[in-house]
Design a protein around this ligand. Structure first.
Ligand code: NDP
Length: 334
């Protein structure tokens, strides 16, 4: 018998999640059934979309039930196998996160190759769902082309840091990022080689963006919504395109939030604002993994992780993510 320590949803948050919205429990796990494997999780991911699943309304993913162990991406090592296709010792990517151990149908996991110099946790970040979100959102949804001036918000996070670097590597004329601290801004320009960056907490976003992109922008990759989206619309040149990926400034909102006040400019400037989900873009996964994997191997694309240790730290990692405590991908290491 194996004991799994798991994080359950105790209460639906009102506004920002709190410790009391989570409950840690120890559950006994039976041996895996035929066709199943048992994994010991090594890395868990916490992601902004999970905040939507804590509400009692359907976002693009179904809500968690109260008293249910939460789910999310994880990388684990196989400790028991009742399926010959996934041997003991294999490292697998699966969706039974927020717990230390799980029994999973073998056909629902992906066996991970081990790349020299790349930690397994990268499959939850730059080489996983957030990386593909950046790649597909920029190249396919926003129809990026070489010579574009690109602005990305949430630029020091998992998705945003990949967006800016992919844009640079694909020949952007100028890459601009916004983030929530002076340290993050410095990191964007000094390490990730953004052309310009600004701290959105230091003044109106529109002013920061105008100073960084005096001639306007062609592409906006939106991770934040609200004031950022309004500023981007204001700075967009004719035929500008925006990939609307996330609106994290609104995820804890308890009231409807106002739309950008300048939407009328979409008409005159003939702008395209396109919302998207990463799910329908998995057909790009192999191309993405090859191209981004190559840039990581050559050192041209860098990725950061903020690591919280231990299953009991998972709620704090998640709450910290929503408050900007991460640079790059927020990971829980077990
Ligand atoms: P990040 O690693 O970017 O972490 C979230 C960051 O959001 C924080 O670090 C914080 O950075 C920033 N943030 C928090 N509150 C605010 C605020 N009020 N205003 C501005 N910034 C804020 O997360 P991900 O890279 O995983 O996700 C980025 C975005 O992409 C999210 O909106 C997410 O929902 C979306 N997403 C969408 C997908 C899709 O399929 N459409 C798939 C994956 C992600 P700072 O210190 O800069 O404030």
């Amino acid at each position: 018998m194996t004991t799994s320590r798991e994080v359950q949803l105790a209460a639906r948050p009102v506004g920002a999640p709190r410790d009391s919205d989570f409950n840690l429990v120890n559950l006994t796990l039976a041996a895996p059934a035929a066709g199943q494997i048992q994994v010991r999780n090594l890395y868990l991911t916490v992601d902004p979309y999970m905040r939507g699943r804590m509400n009692d309304t359907r976002s693009y993913a179904a809500p968690f039930a109260i008293g249910e162990t939460m789910t999310g991406g994880a990388v684990g090592v196989v400790t028991h196998s009742e399926d010959a296709s996934v041997p003991v010792g294999a490292h697998v990517l699966h969706d039974q996160g927020w717990r230390t151990h799980a029994n999973i149908d073998a056909r629902r996991v992906k066996v991970l190759p081990e790349l020299p110099g790349v930690p397994l946790s990268a499959y939850l970040g730059v080489l996983g769902m957030p990386g593909l979100t950046a790649y597909a959102g920029l190249l396919r949804v926003a129809e990026f082309k070489a010579g574009d001036v690109v602005f990305v918000s949430g630029a020091a996070g998992a998705v945003g840091s990949a967006v800016g670097q992919i844009a640079r590597l694909k020949g952007a004329a100028r890459v601009i990022g916004s983030a929530g601290s002076a340290d993050k801004v410095r990191h964007l320009t000094d390490t990730l080689r953004f052309d310009a960056a600004f701290n959105y907490k230091g003044g109106p976003v529109a002013e920061g963006l105008k100073a960084a992109a005096p001639d306007g922008i062609d592409v906006y990759f939106d991770n934040v919504g609200g004031e950022h989206l309004e500023a981007a619309i204001g700075s967009m040149r004719p035929h500008g395109r925006a990939a609307i990926c996330g609106m994290i400034s609104q995820y804890n909102a308890t009231e409807p939030t106002p739309a950008p006040r300048n939407l009328v400019q979409i008409i005159g400037k003939q702008l395209t604002l396109r919302g998207f989900l990463v799910g329908p873009h998995y057909d790009l996964f192999d191309t993405f993994a090859q191209e981004v994997g190559g840039w990581i191997a050559s050192g041209e694309l860098k990725f950061d992780e903020t690591v919280v240790e231990g299953i009991d730290g998972t709620p704090a990692a998640f709450m910290g993510l929503l408050q900007g405590q991460n640079t790059g991908k927020m990971i829980v290491k077990l």
